[in-house]
Design a protein around this ligand. Structure first.
Ligand SMILES: C[S@@+](CC[C@H](N)C(=O)[O-])C[C@H]1O[C@@H](n2cnc3c(N)ncnc32)[C@H](O)[C@@H]1O
Length: 468
């Protein structure tokens, strides 16, 4: 085979077609890649990583000697010398990935491997992948010693290799989506298909690992990205989604499975002593709320009880421009406090009766139980959560209006959640200009490092340029 390749290469210096082997060996820009649609089984990509390495400049000496220079115009890098910004890099990556997507057979996988140095570049790749049509199904560190992907993509993270696995959804899902135009059924169709692609069990040594992609919040984000890419409004709120999810699928240790997947997980779970747990990194208001949700689900607590643990979470990983929220405000806006009147809520009741022998078997209005339950914060049930969500969304949009009215050059501190809510609403009403205007007031790093903001900003730019 190598002899054949050699011959072919010597005949056609950079492009070789080997018909007998049904193989193509080609050296070219991915943006110009033209392979037959739905023709390849798998793609592995080791892409340039932002401004890490200036390939063509570094190779100029060899290339001059060999007489074959790289066409630097198509080189997907971030470079001052080539006047290429991070936005340009992302666009080029998206264009290249679109071609890979087109060439890949439906239902097949792409693996992207790269060294992590900057959260913004990592985010650019993830956004590009999704914009090209792929659905991300797994992100793993090659060196498992150092923690989960969140641990390695925060600003303080050390450099290491990451592997992203994403798939091109099978034709059925895409066709059904186009046909139904993004209804509630399309949400569940997406989730069902997506769950089918996710790993069922992840084992590390003798322990089970938490499969982050099966976390309901991450599934929600993937679903939203899918809808946004199809230019369709998301037909339900986070809480409607969470409520629908538990009705339709099976939950184990905080992870969601298809009914026919769960037996495999259960079998493995019986062999290990400890349930796997999601690693949480509190770096902004959103992750602080997620952390509190997990904490209060396990242990409905008073302000004092949760305060010490909460403060210890607000460490070095906190995002630079993100306003630090007050715990009291977070609790008030997202959770419910039992004030001692009426029956003890079941969330608190079941926690107390499991953990305190003397409180077992008591009625929900027994004075001993009420006294112990009073002032504890707990995670609301879906209906109540929805009311809170609506109220919070309103407050966030009000805050977004303040950013809109801001006349200085750049906002120094803000709430990412308010920006996200504002971008989502503007996107929904096709008000792309607002997204672009506010993006100009936000420090570049904050925008580039946030997947949700970046996706909507990038699409707003494209839509404005296309004159849609
Ligand atoms: C991380 S390196 C890959 C190294 C390779 N795996 C190896 O072991 O030699 C990224 C490569 O992408 C190339 N590259 C840059 N822009 C590209 C584009 N638009 N299309 C295809 N390749 C590109 C760079 O020249 C560089 O060789």
């Amino acid at each position: 085979m190598f002899e054949m390749l050699d011959n072919a290469i010597s005949k056609n210096e950079s492009k070789a077609e080997i018909k007998e082997l049904n193989a193509i060996l080609s050296t070219q820009s991915t943006q110009g890649l033209k392979l037959p649609s739905n023709s390849i089984d798998y793609a592995f990509i080791d892409p340039p990583f932002g401004a890490n390495i200036m390939y063509s400049e570094l190779n100029a000496l060899w290339e001059g000697w060999l007489g074959a220079l790289t066409d630097a115009k198509a080189e997907a890098i971030e470079s001052k010398a080539q006047s290429k910004s991070l936005n340009d890099y992302r666009r080029m990556m998206t264009d290249g990935l679109r071609n890979v997507y087109e060439a890949l057979k439906p239902g097949r996988w792409v693996t992207i491997e790269f060294s992590n140095t900057q959260a913004s570049v990592w985010n650019a790749i993830q956004t590009s992948l999704q914009e090209a049509g792929f659905v991300v199904a797994n992100v793993a560190a090659l060196d498992k010693q150092k923690g989960s992907f969140k641990a390695i993509t925060t600003t303080t993270a050390v450099k290491q290799d990451l592997v992203i696995s994403a798939y091109k959804p099978n034709g059925g899902l895409e066709d059904r989506f186009v046909e139904s135009g993004g209804t509630e059924d399309s949400v569940w169709d997406f989730v069902r298909t997506h769950l089918g692609y996710l790993p069922r069990v992840k084992v590390k040594g003798s322990e089970l690992e938490f499969i982050a992609e099966r976390d309901p919040r991450i599934i929600f984000d993937r679903m939203v990205a899918w809808f946004v890419r199809h230019n369709a409004p998301v037909p339900m709120s986070t809480h409607e989604f969470q409520a629908g999810l538990v009705q339709r699928f099976v939950e184990r240790d905080g992870m969601v499975f298809l009914p026919d997947q769960v037996a495999e997980y259960d079998k493995k779970r019986m062999q290990v002593a400890i349930a796997p747990q999601m690693e949480m990194f509190v770096s902004d208001e959103r992750s602080a709320i997620d952390w509190l949700t997990d904490f209060l689900k396990r242990r409905p607590s008073t302000y004092q009880e949760v305060h010490t643990d909460f403060i210890s979470q607000l460490g070095a990983g906190w995002k630079k421009h993100e306003e630090k929220p007050e715990l009291a405000a977070l609790l008030e806006d997202n959770f419910i406090q039992y004030d001692g009147t009426g029956e003890v809520p079941s969330q608190i009741h079941s926690y107390l009766s499991t953990n305190h022998k003397d409180l077992r078997g008591l009625e929900k209005n027994s004075p001993a139980l009420v006294a112990k339950a009073k002032d504890r914060w707990y995670v609301p049930d879906p209906n109540k959560a929805q009311d809170l969500e609506k109220k919070r969304e309103k407050a966030l949009l009000k805050e977004f209006d303040q950013y809109r009215a801001f006349t200085g050059r750049r906002l120094k501190e803000f709430r990412l959640e308010a920006l996200r809510a504002g971008f989502r609403t503007a996107w929904g009403s096709k008000d792309y200009q607002t997204i672009i205007d506010i993006a100009a007031k936000v420090p570049d790093a904050a925008l580039q490092e946030d997947e949700k903001l970046l996706t909507l900003y990038d699409l707003a730019l494209t839509r404005t340029e296309d004159g849609i």
